[in-house]
Design a protein around this ligand. Structure first.
Ligand code: RNT
Ligand code: ZN
Length: 421
């Protein structure tokens, strides 16, 4: 049935000049970096408390969240089994394994991530990394790298440096560059008097953090901008202009700009930013997310926004310069299912874009036939995409359609439900 439907779909697309076999082949080569923090509501393993302090929030209390690294890895393995293709893991520093010992964040080393890296290697996964500038007593007054308190600032610079070294070692071990992403919650709830000084301090901290060049074959740095957050509604130090300017002024450092879909004004979309940013920077990192009215980090679905991101990456030939990461966390539904839903949607969006009869659309636009452009784009929406997607899943040996849900339910029954809070 699936093959039959695919044969028909292939003919239908071929008539429009689209090679479905080629689309599938390209799709299989695009890794998505899965954010570890969906598995435990951005809690990490440093303390029992989980997410505390500034800028982000998980809501919901669905049972069964991972309580330690082994459980989180088990949940991730389950998730990867539901995803067609080879993907990556995106780890935060608060997921260090310190063997029960308290290790301060500025003292973290590769050994605290060796088990994660071994596991990634054994599973054929690339890895990405993040400094954790939140959920910490020294982040409680809302400022980290841009703190006016020299002790606090220094601590976070040292954390940043420690994590870059860890990231580089991860990249060396796995033989694929590790993107280490900087996001800080720094900002003010209410209107500041001085918007300038924290930005000057942040620039100095980044200069110190990025001073040592690392081999880009193993490690890349990214900086993530933001417009507002919980508790930083009026002012965020690391704004879009700040980091875009910083990355461009420091071209020799090859910084990636990280565009998070939830970090702009709610009517702005990151799809429109990609072609501008990549005119000036070599590479970008995406945090694909879904904000509902605000930066709420809902599970990614196959929305118009998501489709537009896929289309931009394919149409602009940007896939080779874009690291696709996910960033959402929903604690109100099965967390493994959340990962599966969001990641499968990201892959679907890429497939849809790869199946677009782009030449016809381009021709309409260059000939200024804007009527045809709109008409064809709308007709494309009902092409037999589902048949190609099903076939791709089958071919890659993962569940077709909603069959994955049964498997996740089984996992829930046998594993997740046995975890007591
Ligand atoms: C927060 C940023 C950031 C975090 C993760 C946990 O607004 O999006 O990327 O979500 O680092
Ligand atoms: Zn993000």
């Amino acid at each position: 049935m699936i093959e039959k439907a695919y044969e028909l779909a292939r003919e239908r697309y071929a008539a429009l000049g689209v090679d479905t076999d080629r689309a599938i082949e390209r799709l299989a080569s695009i890794p998505i970096s899965l954010h570890c923090w969906q598995g435990d509501d951005v809690g990490g393993f440093e303390s029992e408390e989980g997410l505390t302090g500034g800028g982000i929030q998980a809501t919901g209390n669905y049972p069964g969240k991972a309580r330690n690294a082994d459980e989180l890895r088990s949940d991730l393995e389950m998730t990867y089994r539901m995803l067609p293709g080879k993907h990556r893991l995106n780890l935060h520093a608060i997921y260090a394994e310190t063997g029960g010992k308290k290790v301060e964040r500025d003292a973290l080393t590769f050994e605290h991530f060796a088990r994660w890296t071994d596991w990634a290697k054994a599973n054929g996964l690339g890895m990405d990394f993040n400094q954790s500038f939140f959920s910490h007593p020294l982040a409680n007054d809302g400022f980290t790298l841009s703190s006016r308190d020299e002790g606090i600032r220094r601590f976070w610079v040292d954390h940043g440096i420690a994590c870059r070294k860890i990231g580089e070692q991860i990249g060396r071990t796995l033989g694929t560059p590790c993107v280490t992403n900087v996001w800080i919650p720094d900002g003010y709830k209410d209107i500041p008097v001085d918007r300038k000084t924290p930005r000057e301090i942040l620039r100095r901290s980044l200069d110190e953090m990025f001073a040592e060049p690392l081999d880009p074959r193993y490690h890349l740095d990214a900086v993530e901008c933001k417009l507002f957050g919980i508790g930083s509604e009026s002012y965020v130090v690391g704004s879009h202009e700040f980091y875009m300017g910083y990355a461009m002024a420091n071209r020799d450092r090859r910084l990636l700009l990280c565009l998070d879909a939830g970090h702009f004004h709610p009517t702005e979309t990151i799809a429109d930013k990609i072609s501008s940013v990549l005119l000036y920077l070599d590479e970008i990192l995406l945090h694909v997310s879904r904000g509902v009215r605000w930066d709420s980090d809902h599970v990614v679905i196959l929305s118009d926004d998501l489709r537009a991101i896929g289309e931009e990456l394919v149409r602009g030939d940007f896939l080779g310069r874009t690291h696709i990461g996910l960033d959402f966390f929903d604690a109100s539904i099965n967390r493994v299912a959340a990962w599966v839903i969001g990641t499968r949607c990201m892959i679907k969006a890429l497939l849809l874009a790869l199946l677009e009869p782009i030449e016809t659309l381009r021709k309409a636009e260059t000939e200024n036939d804007l009527t045809a452009r709109l008409a064809l784009m709308e007709e494309n929406k009902t092409l037999p995409f589902g048949a190609v997607w099903d076939y791709y899943c089958e071919k890659m040996g993962v569940p077709v359609g909603a069959a994955w849900l049964e498997e996740v339910r089984c996992y829930e029954k046998n594993v997740l439900s046995k975890r007591v809070a």
